[in-house]
Every structure is written in structure tokens, then in C-alpha cells.
Design a protein around this ligand. Structure first.
Ligand code: ADP
Ligand code: ADP
Length: 222
């Protein structure tokens, strides 16, 4: 599903080049649940953003579903991002002015899904995550765990092939964090490919594979 070949990512300042990723190679198959670990500033988010078409490498090749990313036009990248990838973040990133229902519906609107089908898909998510009673509430009226549930519902409502999660439990109490990790595990058991960034060895164990980034280099656990 994902092939990263010799990826370099760097930033140029006046007199020096700072590497964030150096010669990163990574193959991820459909159905895997991969945890990316490493110290702060190691390049974890950058790697996740490249995989999710939110950032681009300076060198190397990225193939998603056998399609070389650098051959996609800007518009196609947005299309790819919207139709194949769900993203969740540490800080939820819900739209504060929209209620739960509208937040979950948003990606379907972007994708041009018709009204009736949208309704059915959002209802399915509300039901699945047991948040039907919350549908008219706004993000600020929910606990952190509930907000992350809504964020996950929004990320997967369009049945993406890949779910990317950047520290999905970073802002949650341990109990709510565990609930979210169990939910991700269940989604993976149902066939969704997941890549998460995490600081927690405990959370990493929910996945089937750990890769570690340090000083821009990637190393795989046995
Ligand atoms: P992590 O997720 O592992 O904490 P990041 O991928 O967020 O690491 O960042 C890796 C490094 O890239 C950091 O040192 C950060 O300062 C640097 N970086 C990120 N974005 C930029 C940018 N736009 N310009 C310069 N440096 C950046
Ligand atoms: P948790 O135990 O998951 O941390 P909270 O104690 O934060 O949950 O919230 C408990 C319940 O109160 C939730 O069902 C949530 O919807 C509701 N709630 C929390 N904050 C507000 C608020 N500001 N306005 C209305 N309802 C709220």
C-alpha cells in the first residue's frame, strides 16, 4: 500500500541545511497497524504528513497504492487525501462552530456525497460510536474522549483505506486514551490500515509493528 524509498526531508536556512528525514525506507502493507515512535523533533509528524499527502519529501520516492505521489498534480493530491485517507490528531481539530453531526458530515460534503447517503453514513457513525444523543452538541460541550470519538467518526465516515493518527491519545486521560486505542485496534481487526505516531510503548503495542525515528533515521523493531 505504502512504499517510501530513500526519503529525505530538509529545511534550508541561510547557511545551513537541517535534515528532518534521512534516507527513510518503509513499506507498509494493507491491513497493518504500524506505530511510529521516537523523541520530540525526530520527524514523526513530518513522516506521517508525507504519507498523508500533507507534506512532500525533497528527495526519494513515495508510492501510494502503486501510484508515485510526485506524478500527481496538486488537485489530484487533495483528491487522494480526501478519498483514501482519514486523519486524526492529538488536539482533535474539530470545527468549533459545527455540532457533532455537522463535523462528521463535513468530509462527505467535500466529496460530493448526496444528501440522503450522507444522512445514512453519519447516522451509522453516531450509532456505532454510541453518540446519537450528542449529535446536536458542539465540541466544547464534550469531554476529550468524546471529542476524539467524533474526530475518528469524521475520519472514517467515508471508509478511507488508510487511517493516520498523530498522538491520538495525547490529550486524553488514561481511561479515555485506552478506550480510543481499543477502538483503533477494532478498526484494524476489521481491515483498516492504521499508522499512528505515539510516545507511549503501551499504545504502540496495540499495533503489529513498531518503527523508530531518531535524528531523521528510521529503524525497525524486531
Ligand atoms: P516530531 O513529530 O517527531 O516531534 P516533527 O516532524 O514535528 O517531529 O519535526 C521534525 C523537525 O522538523 C523539528 O526539528 C522541527 O523543528 C522541524 N521542522 C518542521 N517544520 C519545519 C519548518 N517549516 N521549517 C523548519 N523546520 C521545521
Ligand atoms: P469524561 O468522564 O469522559 O471526562 P466529562 O466529565 O467531561 O466526561 O463529561 C461528562 C458528560 O457531560 C458528557 O456526557 C458531556 O457530554 C457532558 N458535558 C461535558 N461538558 C459539558 C458542557 N460544557 N456542556 C454540556 N455538557 C457537557
Amino acid at each position: 500500500m505504502i512504499q517510501l524509498k530513500n526519503i529525505d526531508k530538509y529545511y534550508d536556512a541561510k547557511f545551513q541545511r537541517t535534515f528532518v528525514l534521512k534516507g527513510v525506507n518503509l513499506d507498509i502493507n494493507q491491513g497493518e497497524f504500524v506505530s511510529i515512535m521516537g523523541p520530540s523533533g525526530a520527524g514523526k509528524s513530518t513522516l506521517l504528513n508525507i504519507i498523508g499527502f500533507l507534506d512532500e519529501p525533497n528527495e526519494g520516492e513515495y508510492l501510494f497504492l502503486d501510484q508515485p505521489a510526485n506524478q500527481l498534480k496538486e488537485k489530484q493530491k487533495v483528491q487522494y487525501h480526501r478519498s483514501h485517507i482519514g486523519f486524526i490528531f492529538q488536539a482533535f481539530h474539530l470545527i468549533e462552530e459545527m455540532n457533532v453531526y455537522e463535523n462528521i458530515e463535513t468530509p462527505l460534503v467535500y466529496r460530493g456525497v448526496k444528501g440522503k447517503e450522507r444522512k445514512a453514513l453519519v447516522a451509522e457513525m453516531l450509532d456505532r460510536f454510541n453518540i446519537v444523543a450528542k449529535k446536536d452538541l458542539f465540541p466544547s460541550q464534550l469531554s476529550g474522549g468524546q471529542q476524539q470519538l467524533v474526530a475518528i467518526a469524521r475520519a472514517i465516515v467515508g471508509s478511507p483505506k488508510l487511517l493516520l493518527a498523530d498522538e491520538p491519545t495525547g490529550n486524553l486521560h488514561s481511561e479515555q486514551g485506552q478506550m480510543i486505542m481499543e477502538l483503533l485496534k477494532k478498526l484494524n481487526d476489521e481491515g483498516m490500515t492504521i499508522i499512528q505516531v505515539t510516545h507511549s510503548e503501551e499504545n504502540a503495542k496495540y499495533g503489529n509493528r513498531i518503527v523508530r525515528l531518531k535524528d531523521g533515521y528510521l529503524k525497525e523493531d524486531e
